[in-house]
Write a protein that binds this ligand. Sequence first.
Ligand SMILES: Nc1nc2c(ncn2[C@@H]2O[C@H](COP(=O)(O)OP(=O)(O)OP(=O)(O)O)[C@@H](O)[C@H]2O)c(=O)[nH]1
Ligand SMILES: [Mg+2]
Length: 402
Amino acid sequence: MLLGIVGKPSSGKTSFLNAACLTSAKVADYPFTTVEPNLGTAYVRTKCVCKDLGVEDNPRNSICIDGIRLVPIRFLDVPGLVIDAHKGRGLGNQFLDELRRADALIHVVDASGSLDADGNPIEPGTWDSVQDVKWLEKEVAFWLVDLIKKDWGAFLRRITEHQSIIDLLTVKLSGLAIKKSHILEAVHQLNLDPEKPKQWSDDDLLDFALTLRRIAKPMIISANKIDLPTSKEHLDDLLNLGEAYLTVPTCALGEYAFRMFSEKGYIKYIPGDSDFEILEPDKLSEKNKEILMKLKVEVLEKYGSTGVQKILDTLVFDVLEMITVYPVHDPKKFADTDGNVLPDAFLVPRGTTAKELAEIIHTDFADTFIHAMNAKTGLRISDDYELQDRDVIKIVHAAKRK
Ligand SMILES: Nc1nc2c(ncn2[C@@H]2O[C@H](COP(=O)(O)OP(=O)(O)OP(=O)(O)O)[C@@H](O)[C@H]2O)c(=O)[nH]1
Ligand SMILES: [Mg+2]
């Protein structure tokens, strides 16, 4: 699972990555601070099964705090994009190539309206943040359409009875985590005739790229910098963009502060919480206490959270429709072969079967799979049983043939 962050310079992309991954990549108030992509590990937040099962767990691939399971995902931040990046402006859009494996995108927007199109500071509140949303969608589509157009002529010549334009596009776009089903859906939505690609105009190709991106790489909008006073009115506009858009108010800076002080043990705060508790008042300077209280009033009390964790959870669980399952070796103790209780939490797409889970855990398991068991009930489940969120599963498999 890879989530990518996009947006214009200085919108807060790296701040978002640092907050989500507790990394310390360079952040600054001038455009193009980031010149190379930053990769990190973020976590999605889900209720662990440990409390329901009445066990103390020892997670290995994830973290459990007070019955909240944090499951890792990969996270990528790239240099800022500017208008006409696809023609080489700014740092160009070469970095979009880095995002080709991303399953979904987060568009970090400066909701305070304090930056011009290129990310330069301007009078706060004077920039219409909605423009950024419309522009970025097009910029990503231009990048995609350029990729398609590079081979379009060759594609038209290579179409045969046995090889359709859909097949050719599927091969071409497979490296972008775009599937045949996504392509078929886009063609269908736009009423394009897959039998007559020669009739597809340049505008059709651009619409195809826009639609395909929406289907294959869903995007969520992080309306960032909500702690700043000029964010209020832009935020309303960003929240009312219409059904095709999903917007979450965020304060990346605040999330970073909470996570950093929590890591040091000065406060108790689990990412996504709506409040925090000061544990070591003597270790926090008066200035830092003031910052924390301001964030509490301006962000947590107004919006319910900093929004950073909400973005990750919404994308993974609601938009990409992933569920969490817990494979175990010992179905009575819910443990692995070393006795670790509920060691792993796996994110799998809704609809994954027990047999498919076996393959995901270990490629060898696919060949040696015998059956699976629901460890919560102790009952055997059929191979085509669709796993449910928070299932605890024992895979029974034969010893590997030598
Ligand atoms: N007030 C406020 N400032 C923020 C927030 N998030 C980021 N910033 C500030 O915005 C500026 C730009 O942040 P970066 O994270 O470097 O932005 P970026 O999008 O990665 O910028 P480039 O790498 O240049 O494209 C910095 O001064 C941050 O401190 C926020 O939630 N609130
Ligand atoms: Mg950056």
